[in-house]
Every structure is written in structure tokens, then in C-alpha cells.
Design a protein around this ligand. Sequence first.
Ligand code: COA
Length: 169
Amino acid sequence: MRTREAILPDAERIHELISVHYEAGTLLPRALPEICENIRDFRVVEEHGRIVGCGALHLYGLHLAEVRSIAVDPIFQRRGAGFILVKALLRQAVRHQVGGVCLFTRIPEFFARLGFSAVTREQIPDKLYKDCCVCPKLHSCDEVAMVRGSLPNMAMLPQPSSVLVKLEA
Ligand SMILES: CC(C)(COP(=O)(O)OP(=O)(O)OC[C@H]1O[C@@H](n2cnc3c(N)ncnc32)[C@H](O)[C@@H]1OP(=O)(O)O)[C@@H](O)C(=O)NCCC(=O)NCCS
């Protein structure tokens, strides 16, 4: 198995891989146009030329990146693809000289083995302002926030009062 950067023709397969796990309730949905727009965030893992998994590294800034949309085809699970993918995304974060990498997950044990530690989601304000504040599960989140590397001191995004009001509700 090997990983490579995703290119636009991979978008449909990435969409398919994520959709399987969305239907099973383990991943957030990603629409095909959104995957196309963010295709440069994605890496895929291939075996004999077939894409068997995908994952993305979203860059917030030098202080923080997020690992997201990690999905391995159920037929190819437990053969190392997940670890290969996350390690490749972490190397990418190092290349960009990002200080910390965060993620939200329901399987913290898997990511703990890759050096991530649990934190509170309030410790990752970038994620709160970008995704959580528009998520229907804002007040009933069942995911564990995790960080590898240093925690950002503050969000690098503006703090519109409407977002703060929603978060405090
Ligand atoms: C989580 C997922 C990416 C793992 O992919 P994978 O290719 O099966 O993982 P690997 O084969 O690289 O597993 C590496 C190690 O983690 C363990 N592991 C795999 N899945 C695990 C899970 N769900 N929970 C805990 N540990 C897990 C494996 O047993 C393996 O340990 P070992 O080397 O001692 O046997 C895959 O199961 C998946 O796509 N799940 C659904 C989507 C999802 O939950 N994504 C993460 C959202 S943040």
C-alpha cells in the first residue's frame, strides 16, 4: 500500500468512501462539490492502483491543522491503511511547520496510538468557529477532541458576536 496526494478524478471515490461511513454514523458527510473544492487537502492510499482509503489535512494556519475524513474501505480495514494515511498527513503537517494537529473522533484509542491526546473542544477555538457552531450536534457532541503537538493559544479567526452568542447558548 502507498499514499499519494489526491487529484480531482479521485473525488468521486473519496466521496464514496466517506459516504459508507457517514451512513454507518461514524463520519460527517462531505458533499462531492466540497470534496472537489478541498481536493488539495486530501491524500489517498492505494493498493494495486485501487484507492482503498482517504484522509485530509486541513490547514488553519502555522499554529494548527486538522486531520479529518479518515476512511478506509471496510474490505481493506485492519491491514495498516489507516495508520499509513494518518502518518502521511502528519508528515505533511511537519513539512508545513504546523505547531499542532487536532481532530475530533469517536475512536480515541486509534489516534492515541498515533500520539494524539484528549483535550476539551474549547481548547480548539478554530474548530469551534469553523464547524461546531453550525453543527446540529453543537450541544450534544459525542466526539472526543484530540491534539498532537502544541495547543494553539488562540483562534486566528475573527470572533463575530453572533457566533459567540450561539456558542454560549
Ligand atoms: C478507523 C479506520 C480509519 C482504521 O483504518 P484501518 O486501516 O483499519 O486501521 P489500521 O489497519 O491501520 O489499524 C492500525 C491499528 O489500529 C487498530 N484499530 C483499527 N481500527 C480501530 C478502531 N476502530 N478502534 C481502535 N483501534 C483500531 C488496529 O487494530 C491496528 O492495531 P494493530 O496494529 O495492533 O493490529 C477505519 O476503521 C475506518 O475507516 N473507520 C470508519 C471511519 C472512522 O471512524 N474514521 C475515523 C474518524 S475520526
